[in-house]
Design a protein around this ligand. Structure first.
Ligand SMILES: [Zn+2]
Length: 450
């Protein structure tokens, strides 16, 4: 739990205050530090596990000095405050080795500054620390062992895609392998890789770099993100000519990824032979193991477990809203909820068909041995790692159940499911008020380090 701290600016030099804020943020696992100019003060806020919290208030008279100090160590132009700027801080602060990206933005109350702390400790823990369930982990290992094909990692902004990508690259990073990446931006320097930074100002875009990469005898190619049709096409072609291609794409799940690629006019016959698999992921807040509480499942929750997992569940762990001294309102850290789809022959054949219907593709995906994101999320609820509310927030549960039911040939409505006889007099959906409004994915991040 973060407590608002106060700095005595008359006694502490600005240099030390800045160092202290950054070092404290890093120790607490903060992803972003916000310096918000307000009418009467400079508010410093920390983003932890996706949520912003006030950290300290700096008197308005010290605002300029403080922002200038940050700009100075971030190698920005300190005489320019009317235009947005980007910079970075690399080095040692109070004994902590840090890498950050810094950006400023002129607002009506003054220059706002955000420091993104790049925490690679997670990426360096290896693929077995990514939270894949056993089944998905085996599929992942199988996919990356292939010498060619394309593996896509999908998810919204801030869903941990980069962590997954870098972890996979570490496994593939061997003496006998030539790995070339094209990224925008390069988020982490990995020894042994050839990393290329895109620079669109001079015409060095993804497509241009990719064409050159193919002449550089690569084994593995990482394309930071597939954003346009040209990149998608080159990626697919590269993967069928004996290269393993990894890339990320900004979609929700396996299905929408396939649709997106087809929308980008990637040739169907190429896509169907190139695509090895799709890893989709989202982040859910992790339950604090010290204070989580066991609760009876509501009729709605029972129904969800029954339909999605075929299980009768009477009790699940939930967050203790009061929290404890080790967490924030019952949550600490985040866990990835994943879906790993290995493309099987049936899906491959279907991709080749010009008039493939979305519903048919749906069926094929759900009938394969895939563990859907909803199923993985619910399994992680059963393990006490996250809460039902979190899964409900990040996944469109009713939409997913509707698809399950269609495949099983039953109609999904409020009244089906196992619990109907016991709950005639109760509200069907016993969802706490705070999760009824769907929340979007956390928008705070423009990259995906966990
Ligand atoms: Zn706790």
């Amino acid at each position: 739990m973060i407590i608002l701290v106060t700095y005595d600016m008359t006694k502490t030099p600005v240099v030390n205050v800045v160092d202290d804020i950054i070092a404290n943020a890093s120790r607490k696992g903060v992803s972003d530090i916000h310096f918000d100019p307000r009418e009467d003060c400079l508010m410093v806020r920390f983003r932890i596990d996706g949520d912003l919290q006030d950290y300290t208030k700096i008197q308005k008279i010290y605002e300029r000095n403080l922002i200038t100090r940050i700009k100075l160590i971030a190698n920005m132009n300190i005489t320019e405050s009317r235009l947005p700027q980007d910079g970075s801080i690399k080095g040692n602060i109070q004994g902590i080795s840090l890498e950050t990206r810094v950006s400023t933005l002129p607002t009506n109350e003054g220059e706002k500054c955000v420091i993104r702390i790049l925490d690679y400790t997670r990426s360096l823990q290896g693929i077995d620390a990514l939270g894949f369930n056993d089944d998905n982990f085996q599929k992942l290992k199988k996919m990356i062992a292939e010498p060619n094909g394309i593996i896509l990692i999908t998810g919204a902004t801030g869903s941990g895609k980069s962590t997954t990508v870098y972890s996979i690259l570490q496994v593939l990073n061997k003496t006998e392998t030539n790995i070339i990446t094209v990224e925008d931006p390069i988020e982490m320097n990995l020894e042994g890789l050839n990393q290329v930074q895109v620079n669109s100002e001079i015409g060095l875009d993804f497509a241009t770099v990719l064409r050159s990469i193919l002449r550089q005898d690569p084994n593995v190619i990482l394309i930071g993100e597939i954003r346009d049709s040209e990149t998608a096409k080159i990626a697919v072609r590269a993967s069928i000519t004996g290269h393993l291609v990894l890339s990320t794409i900004h979609t929700n799940n396996s299905l929408s990824t396939i649709e997106r690629l087809l929308d980008m006019n990637v040739e169907r016959y190429l896509l169907s032979s190139a695509l090895s698999g799709i890893i989709s992921q989202k982040l859910a807040k992790m339950l604090c193991p010290h204070c989580r509480i066991k609760e009876k499942t509501s009729p709605y929750q029972k129904k969800v477990f029954k339909l999605a997992l075929g299980k009768d569940i009477d009790e699940i762990y939930n967050a203790n809203p009061k929290g404890c001294d080790k967490c924030n309102k019952g949550y600490k850290g985040r866990i990835a909820i994943q879906e790993v789809l290995m493309i099987n022959d049936e899906i491959r054949n279907a991709l080749n068909e010009e008039n493939l219907e979305k519903d048919d593709l749906n069926k094929l995906v759900y009938k394969s041995d895939v563990i859907t994101m909803l199923q993985d999320g619910l399994l992680k609820v059963l393990e006490g790692k996250t809460s039902f509310d979190e899964i409900y927030k990040i996944i469109d549960v009713d939409d997913d159940l509707d698809i399950y039911c269609k495949i099983k040939g039953i109609e999904y409505n409020e009244n089906n499911g196992e619990s109907k006889d016991n709950d005639k007099n109760r509200t069907e959906k016993e969802i706490p008020p705070e999760v009824i409004t769907k929340e979007e994915e956390p928008k705070e991040k423009d990259d995906e380090i966990l």
